[in-house]
Structure formats: structure tokens, C-alpha cells
Design a protein around this ligand. Structure first.
Ligand code: HEC
Length: 112
């Protein structure tokens, strides 16, 4: 009887982990899609089939999957660059929640 009890607790915990894990992945997948659509054709990531695109070769925008690209960069700075542009990068007009989703994806998935 005790074994069954322990088993069902383990199953319940496992199920919660799976659910929680999926919820987290979903949080960032929206940001990933937005990043692909709005940023990735310039900011190629390693392993991207288009890498290095002609644009990348000309302007060398940062590859955010490279840890070196994160020196001195945080969510706030990224937001500024998206809103105002920087150098040859134009300002990008996004809804505030889309900007946030992109930054969450970048700081949680790309940065690590
Ligand atoms: C048209 C091409 C292009 C697009 C689209 C683009 N970028 Fe850029 N980005 C650049 C270039 C080029 C630079 C380098 C600018 C410079 O320093 O002169 C840059 C710089 C940056 C920087 C500054 C890095 C640093 O440390 O100073 C950030 C952050 C950034 N981009 C984020 C984004 C995000 C997020 C998106 C999508 C919302 C995006 N970029 C879309 C071309 C682009």
C-alpha cells in the first residue's frame, strides 16, 4: 500500500514537471518566432542556414548566440536599440509586448 502511495506521488510530481517545462518552452517560443521574423535576417545565429548572409558579411551585426556579444548588454539596452536603432541598424517598430517577448527569448535562451 505504501509503495503505491509513493508511486502515485512520484507520478504526480513528474506530471507537474512536464507541464511546467512545456509552459516555460512556450513562453520563449513566441519571442523566438518574433526574433526570427524581425531580427534574425540581420543577426544571424550560429547554425542558421543563411549564415553568414550578405548583410551579415557587410555590417557584422552581433550574433547573440556568441557569449562575447553579451558583454555590456542587458535587456534595457536591447530595448533602447530596438526603439531607437543604432548605427546602421534601423529602429524597429514593435508592440511593447512583442519587444518584451523578444528580450525574454534573447536573455533566457540565446544568452546561455
Ligand atoms: C537591418 C538589419 C538589422 C535588423 C533587422 C536588426 N538589427 Fe540589430 N543591429 C544591426 C547592426 C548592423 C548592428 C550594429 C550597429 C552598430 O553598432 O553600428 C545592430 C546592433 C544591435 C544591438 C546592439 C548591440 C551592442 O552591443 O551594441 C542590439 C541589442 C540589436 N542590434 C538587437 C536587435 C534586435 C533585438 C532586433 C530585432 C528586433 C534587431 N537587432 C534587428 C542590424 C540589424
Amino acid at each position: 500500500m505504501k509503495k503505491i502511495f509513493i508511486c502515485s506521488i512520484a507520478l504526480a510530481l513528474g506530471g507537474m514537471l512536464v507541464l511546467f517545462g512545456n509552459a516555460r518552452a512556450d513562453d520563449y517560443s513566441a519571442g523566438q518566432t518574433l526574433f526570427k521574423k524581425n531580427c534574425q535576417f540581420c543577426h544571424n545565429l550560429k547554425g542558421d542556414d543563411n549564415y553568414p548572409s550578405a548583410y551579415y558579411r557587410q555590417f557584422r551585426p552581433k550574433d547573440f548566440s556568441d557569449p562575447d556579444s553579451w558583454k555590456g548588454l542587458d535587456g534595457q539596452k536591447i530595448e533602447q536599440v530596438i526603439k531607437k536603432g543604432k548605427g546602421v541598424m534601423p529602429a524597429i517598430n514593435l508592440k511593447p509586448e512583442d519587444t518584451k517577448a523578444i528580450i525574454d527569448y534573447m536573455t533566457h535562451v540565446l544568452k546561455n
